[in-house]
Every structure is written in structure tokens, then in C-alpha cells.
Design a binder for this molecule. Sequence first.
Ligand code: FAD
Length: 399
Amino acid sequence: MGRAFVYVILGGGVAAGYAAVEFAKRGVSHGELCIISEEPVAPYERPALSKGFLLPEWIELVLGTRVKSADVRRRKLLTATGETISYKFLIIATGARALKLEEFGVSGSEAENVCYLRDLADANSLVNVMQSCSGGNAIVIGGGYIGMECAASLVINKINVTMVFPEAHCMARLFTPKIASYYEDYYQSKGVKFIKGTVLSSFEFDSSGKVTAVNLRDGSRLPVDMVVVGIGIRPNTSLFEGQLTLEKGGIKVNGKLQTSNNSIYAVGDVAAFPVKLFGETRRLEHVDAARKSAKHAVAAILEPEKTGEFDYLPFFYSRVFAFSWQFYGDNAGEAVHFGDYSGSTFGAYWISKGHLVGSFLEGGTKEEYEAITNATRLKPAVEDLAELGRQGLNFALTV
Ligand code: FAD
């Protein structure tokens, strides 16, 4: 059994959805485009885990179908249902999977009250478990995006939360200790407890297989009604290992999002692409990069002469409780804090080799976020860090 398409998008997440919309906008003909996704639903916006994309009906959607092998030389994908799908151009948008506790030597991920959050099925099961635990105790393992956002949701749903992570503060890959302590103080005022500098060592189960307590490496034992695990992700590259060049754990692409095989492109969390501004290859695990890289890859496929190099300014954001922050660029070098850390608008700049390379702002206006975006893109020289701190947002607004 086999089918052939001009364009195949492998994966049904955020990047796949944006790539499909871009193909549709640019007028690809009926029967030319196919999306293959392991998920049973059409691509949707993952951060919201709610809104569906409005895809034209003529896009062939092969849903609930895992691709189990890829033959790059013959331009063919083999699905778990035994179908062969061939392509002229392939966009790899396989994203990433949540890292499981088993990969760190702890078993118990299959217990019904241990939750992960990557796709719609995970979100549904998390909501079910949460609803059955009102007034109970949750342990959140991991202090990154997923941990912080889930902890806030649990609190809003009247569950007592303890967060456990090995680092000295939350969001350790991005936040400075000063930024982290602002959010941690607020979480604590909402009743969240933090246990830092240690990791989970084992679970205790009841006779039905539910987790009833967690044991930590520091010797403590915490009774629990549910566990949420957000310990990072791993890009889904395995289909292409040994066939395409990999870098930084992802599939290496050039400025046109093209892999080491020129009929294959990679976008979103799975792609390691050159970030022009920093002169190096990065793999970003963020939705804005997924959306923009997907659009750029489609333009590069359909209009190769007119499409230049992908020139992306890394952008991350989050919204929890009443907070809303945005970050642009790179958190390399020395951080200079500004603004009112006892109020609601504050931020930081990162200065590396005498230039501004990154900016963070909590509680800004549209104009202020635009200003820090532009300032980061311009990479202005900064000599006096104390003066930069005093100028704060004015620096970005007048640069
Ligand atoms: P994904 O959206 O993960 O899509 C990958 C797709 O490929 C999936 O449909 C998967 O089933 C499919 N697939 C994989 N392998 C196969 C196979 N072999 N066969 C068939 N199909 C396959 N980012 C931010 O910047 N800000 C946020 O606030 C934010 N919030 C988030 C909240 C949540 C709950 C989650 C889970 C993520 C959040 N992110 C956020 C990250 C963001 O969602 C990701 O960066 C984005 O989803 C990446 O898009 P992608 O298309 O590369 O991968």
C-alpha cells in the first residue's frame, strides 16, 4: 500500500500547523500536501492546548499514525499501519517528547496519578487527576516552564503544592537568582513550598498501583495525592539518526531550514538552526521559533530564490497567575537588573563582550516589549553597567 505527495509534513504539532497554513496561503494544489501525525487530532496550539488550527479540508491528514521508519535515499516514510508515503519534499516537525523519570532511574511513570504534559492526551489526563485531588497534595518535579505553569494551575485548583528540583532556584536555565526569587516569593505567598537542591529517589505505591508518597534523595518523605513531572524534553530525531546530520541533540539545518539532505527540511523543537545574531547553531524549545521556522521553511521550499536566511531573534514568554514576562536574545554574560523588584514592572539586560545580547521584562506594555526587542536586535555597545541599570527601560526606549 502506498501513496505519493509532493509535500509531506511529518508531525502534527505547532510547527506542522503553521507550515500547513503557510502552504495553504501560498496556494499549494489539492492532493499535493499531507500531514502525518501520531496524535489523533489535527495540529493545535500547544501552549494553550486548546485552539485548533483552521486547516483547509483538502490537506490530507493521516492522524493517529506513527511513522516507524524513514528512508531518506528513497524519499519514503513507512507508517506503523504498514503504509508507505513518499514525498518530493519532507518537513520534519516531530518536536520533542517529555523526558520520563525512568531515564533518571526512578520507576513509576505509568501510575495513574503521575502526570506529564506534552500533548492533548496528557492535558486531559492531568485535568482528570487534578479534579479528583481537590484539597489534596501535589508534588511537582522540576522547576522549569512546565513545573512553574502547572504549579500555578494546581494552586488555582485548590491543591497544596510542593515543588522539588535540583537547582538553587526556579527557571534556572533562564532566570537570575534575583528574578527567580521574585516569582518564588509570590508562589510561596500562595502556599507553594520549594524543596531545592535535591531530586526524587523513589515512589511508594498502594495496592492499586497509585503513588502515595515520594522519597527524595535528601532523605525526606512526602505523602502525596498526585505528581506532576516536568523534567525536560528530548527531540524526536530517532527516525533520521544515521541518515541526516545531527547537532545539539537536534537535526542540523542551514539558514533555509534545510537538512543535510536537500529535499528534507526540519522545523520547530527538533531543528538545530543557525541563529545569525549569535553566529552559532541553537536548538530552541519554544513556540515562537516553531511558528516562524515552519513558515520560513515553506517559503524556502516554494520560493527558494526569493527566500533569504532565517534571521531569528530568540523569544520566550510565559504567563502564570497575573504575571506575564517576555525574554529576547541570549542570557549570556553579565546580568544587569533594573526596575522595581518590589512592584510589578522590572527586568534585566544581559551584557556579553561589551554588547547587550539579551533582555527580560515582567509587566511591560506593548511599546516597552517592542523597545526591548529592538534594543536586543541592535546589540548596542554598553560600557557602564551601573548606568545601564539606572537607565533601565529608558535605555531600550531611546536606543
Ligand atoms: P510539537 O508541537 O511537539 O509537535 C510534534 C508532533 O510530531 C506531535 O504531533 C507528535 O505526535 C508528532 N510526531 C513525533 N514523532 C512522530 C512520528 N514518528 N510519527 C508521527 N508523528 C510524530 N513555548 C513557549 O515559548 N511559551 C510557552 O508558554 C509554552 N508553553 C507550553 C506549554 C505546554 C503545556 C507545552 C507542552 C509546551 C509549551 N511550549 C511553550 C513549548 C511549545 O509548545 C513547543 O516549543 C512547540 O510545541 C514545538 O512545536 P513542534 O511542532 O516542533 O513540536
